[in-house]
Design a protein around this ligand. Sequence first.
Ligand SMILES: Cc1cc2nc3c(=O)[nH]c(=O)nc-3n(C[C@H](O)[C@H](O)[C@H](O)COP(=O)(O)OP(=O)(O)OC[C@H]3O[C@@H](n4cnc5c(N)ncnc54)[C@H](O)[C@@H]3O)c2cc1C
Length: 326
Amino acid sequence: MSIAVWIEQTDGKAYPSCWEAVGKARELGDALSKPVLAIVLGKGAGDVAKEAISYGADKVFVGEDATLETFRMEPYAAVVEKIIKDEGVELFMAIATSRGRDITAAVAADLGSGIAPDATDMKLDGDKLVVTRPTFTGNILADIEFNSDVKVVSVRGRSFPKPDQDESRTGEVVNVAPVLSEDEIKEKVVGFEEKAKGEVSLTDANIIVSGGRGVKGPEGFEPIRELAKVLGAAVGASRAAVDAGWISYDHQVGQTGKVVRPDLYIACGISGAIQHLAGMRNSKVIVAINKDPEAPIFQVANYGIVDDLFKVVPALTEEIKKRKGM
Ligand SMILES: Cc1cc2nc3c(=O)[nH]c(=O)nc-3n(C[C@H](O)[C@H](O)[C@H](O)COP(=O)(O)OP(=O)(O)OC[C@H]3O[C@@H](n4cnc5c(N)ncnc54)[C@H](O)[C@@H]3O)c2cc1C
């Protein structure tokens, strides 16, 4: 019996939040005296295996067959399911990225397991696992218990601290064969489009500067980007700004966008609709800049500035530049 974590990776670079899930798995594994397995698939998976051990895995399953080269749900889920059956895995975890959500849903459906998506906490009640997940746009936190033998959980990034890396840890690395042949896989990857280089990823960011309808147009995101640049932050947006075509959807924060949990979230010209709050209300510190003192964003903000963002944002940028000697 064991706990397994799927490590999402591209070309030998793991998605950083996966280590948070490995840290939590280690904590649960230590409490229940169960080993922690990591599953790394795709081109470059072998490079990630040692890292997985250094973050707390006891045994790493590596699959580098050509059919597993890039993420495809069917062949990946088939390998994961085989490992779960062969190793008697009781708890399977992945980070709740879009791929992590795909694979956990597929595994749970195929194995008939209970699933808790988008978990923000996991704890033990005796030896029973209790998973906390937000529901009703984050207004309610539901505690989930399982009655299935295999439990499947996708974990929101930045829900758990990243464990310390211990390069001296040792573990076993096992190569896994694919389960499906290329002929049996319906999905085919026909190409990739690379995102603009140098942009900080929204879900990994420690700091996010977001703009809403108050920025008034695509050019209104320039001061937002300037501030983000000096802070080393990612740029976020409300759905109103995205729907208006001022910025692309991958910047959208909220119920139908990304759920983020940075240390600092600066909301500029965003009213604070419930669907936006669903994506950012768990940020550590929230700063709101809005002309309207009645804007609901001020109810969740730790610091509020009631003023024109076109005055405040450039002034903040200049001051930070000065203090950083930029
Ligand atoms: C099913 C569903 C899902 C949704 N999902 C999402 C989602 O994922 N994310 C999301 O964001 N929304 C989502 N929405 C939309 C949401 O309800 C709001 O419409 C949206 O968040 C409003 O965006 P906003 O705050 O930018 O715009 P507004 O509500 O129009 O607010 C603009 C704010 O800017 C301020 N302002 C204007 N000019 C300035 C200035 N010069 N300086 C400072 N402040 C200024 C105004 O006072 C105002 O408070 C969803 C809605 C539905 C129904």
